[in-house]
Design a protein around this ligand. Structure first.
Ligand code: G4P
Length: 532
């Protein structure tokens, strides 16, 4: 076992995901409050107009009220050291969510009880299910009118393709909300709203208690007895193995805002999740309890602080202990280096840290040497963690600066944002460098590109939509680059290059992909990232 066993065993690392407005920020804030990381509600997120959630670094997020990028927070609770990875709530950023999930060992999914799985977030939830990591569901806002809880669970099962197991069950909703029934302990936890402060008052009463009518009313008591009977007969049985393989999602009901059910959820969650999980590096399993340090980069974010023009690489520590005084080996760069200004986020603050353990997320100052997926390990080791998959872009635009004098800033900004993994950039063999073809997974990423180029690089953009939807790598039989005039291409197909000079074809339809393959037998077309 590791020298750092105690530290590693108490760590839990999860990503929190939800549709915008389902209550992710509120729930996160309550967690931090329980963990003592913040002293009062409202520190993570201010009032709507002055919205200052720690995770909302970028202006565009504030304007739109959505979280575009992900952030990381850590807190201590009952001996556990918990790392929360926030994720963007909009489906257009599902690739960012996927990368964040790579760094997490489980996910918490927040659902609005009045809305259920919302159309816009289906993709995000699917992305979550794709990783096979444990998914814990918190059905929120029971203090408001809510949909039938059976219906909500059924919808989750249908949308995610995994079973659900309600751990507790709501008693009424809206004005009538009385708390939850804890199925394991066969107890009612009756809550009294206290405006959402730290200590929610909870009274535990057994289901058969004659005084229950007086506490929750005769009608709700009857309904609860019927619901519980139905649940015991029909709902999936709790199976920890299934939970840990992402096949069964434990479901908790509550209300983050008024603090109903948050602590039971946190406790249940911590009990059911595992310490940091191993990661694969080809054939090698890198166990979190290995003494040697290793980590991988899952996110790069530039200009988080405009005044400093900094670029931060976020990495997940996979094994051992990170020591700020020791050198590490950057495998892709082939160099030993000391990680500069390692930091962790605690609610509103960034703090410089001296050490971190497997399961932790650290952000380091990046002078432009790291890429997403890079491995860091102890000097003398040389493995590479499995790459983080990219998603195939589905929308393309031709983009150039309105002012041709700004060509340099334009390229610098576009390359930076491409390195962060937010966009893919291509050029055509015949045009100059003042024009790029930009591909994105969700169209909101174009807005981010436009906003950031203007804000961070002072460049106004001209953008023109292109009719392409599919992308394939191209290789010729003799390995030579191909020329457009030698190919038989339809009108909705275009040859482009990436920044390393590798050739790709853009297509307007799936049909065109097949047609081009058939007409150009010496070409090999291969899939770009995950997708179609
Ligand atoms: P998000 O991060 O998932 O986008 O959601 P967030 O926590 O920002 O919550 C969205 C809105 O829902 C907020 O109201 C928040 O107060 C409210 N909310 C969250 N949890 C609950 C709950 O359990 N019950 C009720 N009734 N409301 C809840 P807002 O008016 O948009 O913002 P604010 O003025 O409260 O800041």
């Amino acid at each position: 076992m590791s020298k750092y066993e105690n530290e590693i065993t108490r760590r839990r690392t999860f990503a929190i995901i939800s549709h915008p407005d389902a209550g992710k920020t509120t729930l996160t804030e309550k967690f931090l409050l329980y963990g003592g990381a913040i002293a009062q509600a409202g520190q993570v997120k201010g009032k709507k107009n002055t919205r200052a959630a720690t995770s909302d670094w970028m202006e565009i997020e504030k304007q739109r009220g959505i979280s575009v990028t992900s952030s990381v927070m850590q807190f201590q609770y009952e001996g556990y050291c918990v790392n929360i990875l926030d994720t963007p709530g909009h489906q257009d950023f599902s690739e960012d969510t996927y990368r964040t999930l790579m760094a997490a060992d489980s996910a918490v999914m927040v659902i609005d009880a009045a809305k259920g799985v919302e159309a816009q977030t289906r993709k995000l939830f699917k992305v979550c299910a794709m990783r096979d990591i444990p998914i814990f569901t918190f059905i929120n806002k029971l203090d408001r009118e809510a949909r039938d809880p059976f219906e909500l669970c059924e919808e989750l099962e249908k949308e995610l393709g995994i079973e659900t197991c309600p751990m507790n069950w709501p008693i009424g909703c809206g004005k009538e909300f009385q708390g939850v029934y804890d199925r394991e302990n066969k107890q009612i936890i009756h809550f009294t709203s206290n405006g959402g402060s730290r200590a929610a008052t909870a009274t535990a009463v057994s289901l058969g208690d004659p005084g229950l009518d007086g506490l929750i009313g005769e009608k709700l008591h009857r309904q609860l007895t019927d619901d519980v009977e139905l649940l015991d007969g029909a709902a999936a049985e709790f199976d920890l193995e299934k939970v840990r393989h992402g096949k069964l999602s434990p479901v908790f009901f509550g209300s983050a805002l008024t603090n109903f059910g948050v602590e039971p959820f946190l406790e249940g969650f911590l009990r059911m999740t595992t310490p940091p999980l191993a990661r694969m590096a080809g054939e090698t399993v890198v166990d979190s309890y290995d003494d040697d340090f290793s980590a991988f980069v899952f996110k790069i974010q530039a200009n988080m602080n405009k005044a400093h023009r900094d670029r931060i690489a976020f990495m997940r520590v996979v094994s051992g202990r990170f020591d700020a005084d020791k050198e590490v080996y950057h495998v892709q760069g082939g160099k030993k280096l000391r990680l500069s200004r390692p930091q962790q986020l605690m609610a509103a603050e960034r703090e410089i840290i001296e050490e971190a353990y497997a399961g932790d997320i650290i952000g380091v100052f990046d002078p432009g040497i790291f890429s997403i997926g890079d491995t860091l390990c102890a000097p003398g080791k040389k493995f590479q963690f499995d790459p983080i998959p990219t998603f195939a872009p589905e929308h393309f635009r031709r983009v150039r600066p309105l002012d041709t004098m700004k060509r340099k800033q334009f390229l610098k900004g576009a390359e930076q944002i491409a390195q962060e993994g937010a966009i893919q950039i291509f050029k055509t063999p015949y045009t100059g460098m003042e024009e790029l073809i930009v591909g994105v997974v969700g169209t909101l990423q174009f807005d981010v590109l436009e906003y950031r180029l203007k804000n961070e690089y002072g460049v106004d953009l001209y953008m023109e939509g292109l009719p392409y939807e599919y992308l394939r790598w191209v290789e010729t039989a003799d390995g030579e680059p191909c020329k457009e005039e030698d190919l038989i291409l339809g009108t909705d197909t275009k040859l482009v290059e990436d920044f390393k000079g590798r050739q790709l074809l853009l297509f307007g339809s799936k049909w065109a992909v097949n047609w081009t393959g058939e007409r150009n037998p010496n070409l090999t077309l291969s899939q770009f990232g995950q997708g179609d």
